[in-house]
Write a protein that binds this ligand. Structure first.
Ligand SMILES: Cc1cc2nc3c(=O)[nH]c(=O)nc-3n(C[C@H](O)[C@H](O)[C@H](O)COP(=O)(O)OP(=O)(O)OC[C@H]3O[C@@H](n4cnc5c(N)ncnc54)[C@H](O)[C@@H]3O)c2cc1C
Ligand code: FES
Length: 264
């Protein structure tokens, strides 16, 4: 993990509220593992003390990128930054996804909205291709579909308003696939990132079908480095349960360990 001031290579709009930010970070880029995140200080904000966490979307040579949605003052200020500007980042942070091994379980990725950003590097680094279920409210919330397809993954899109792909929730085609008798995808491992209700649903599906699942938990964070305890979630332990930090022990957790009854 490094704290560095890095240069913005580009910061372009993707669709409506979504932007892609590419940063030149030759020392950080080679260290990054799928599912890890960067903690970014947006210096142009008045209360610039608090950093914002973003999954690392792509790594290419000396650069890494994030794919972000403008939802508030930090991401809005970020969207107005231009190529050549500088940002302070701490990265790579957190415990990411287990990269599938050749010939192992089929990886099934489940991503909601900007959760797709956390999955792309996993799809790229996985020697075994599988299926990626991507979902969002509207067509504009379906990100990087073509990029997943270009990596050789089968992409199944769903939108809640039916404007793209199958109409409904992202878990529907996943459930349909797992319910299909003799489906090759039943020997699988699930990987998911998205809104908490989606993660809970994926955790329940994993339990019902007795398949392993790794979930990237999106909690509010302050320090991002394990000190402030803002980001904790309840996790099963040998003696019962304990709080663990999503910025340090996570953000990716084995779904069987999460105590949803207390986490809700
Ligand atoms: C590990 C991790 C990875 C993330 N990866 C990405 C990513 O790849 N792309 C992306 O667009 N966003 C990602 N986020 C969410 C991102 O950090 C927040 O959207 C951002 O901090 C909001 O900052 P803001 O100042 O614009 O919003 P604020 O003004 O602080 O808040 C605006 C709204 O956003 C909500 N919000 C703030 N933080 C979060 C959060 N962590 N999760 C959900 N809602 C939040 C607030 O409750 C409020 O409703 C990630 C969060 C975590 C913890
Ligand atoms: S954000 Fe401070 S401990 Fe996790």
């Amino acid at each position: 993990m490094l704290e560095q001031t890095v240069q913005i290579v580009s910061n372009e709009r993707d669709t409506e509220q979504y932007f892609r930010l590419v940063l030149s970070a030759p020392q950080i880029a080679p260290l990054i593992q799928p599912g890890q995140f960067a903690h970014v200080r947006v210096a142009s904000m008045k209360d610039a003390l608090l950093r914002r966490p973003f999954s690392i979307f792509q790594v290419a040579g000396d650069t890494f990128s994030i794919l972000y949605k403008t939802v508030g003052k930090g991401t809005d200020a970020l969207s107005r930054m231009r190529a050549g500007g500088e940002l302070s980042v701490i990265a790579p942070l957190g415990h990411g996804f287990t990269v599938p091994k050749p010939g192992g379980e089929t990886p099934l990725l489940v991503a909601g909205g900007y959760g797709m950003a956390a999955m792309h590097l996993l799809a790229q680094r996985s020697p075994q291709k599988g299926t990626v279920f991507v979902g969002g409210r509207r067509r504009v919330d379906i990100l990087c579909e073509k990029e997943f397809a270009a990596l050789g993954w089968d992409v199944r899109a769903t939108t809640e308003d039916g404007s793209h792909g199958e109409k409904g929730l992202v878990t529907q085609p996943l459930l349909a696939e797992l319910r299909t008798p003799h489906s090759a995808l039943r020997t699988c491992r699930l990987f998911a990132c998205g809104p908490t209700p989606m993660l809970m649903a994926v955790g329940k599906i994993a339990e019902d079908f007795n398949v392993p699942a790794e979930l990237s938990m999106d909690e509010h964070m302050c320090c991002g480095v394990g000190v402030c305890l803002t980001c904790v979630i309840p996790v099963k332990s040998d003696g019962g349960w304990e709080y663990q930090r999503t910025c340090t022990e996570g953000p990716v957790f084995d779904s069987r360990k999460i105590l949803w009854e207390i986490a809700k």
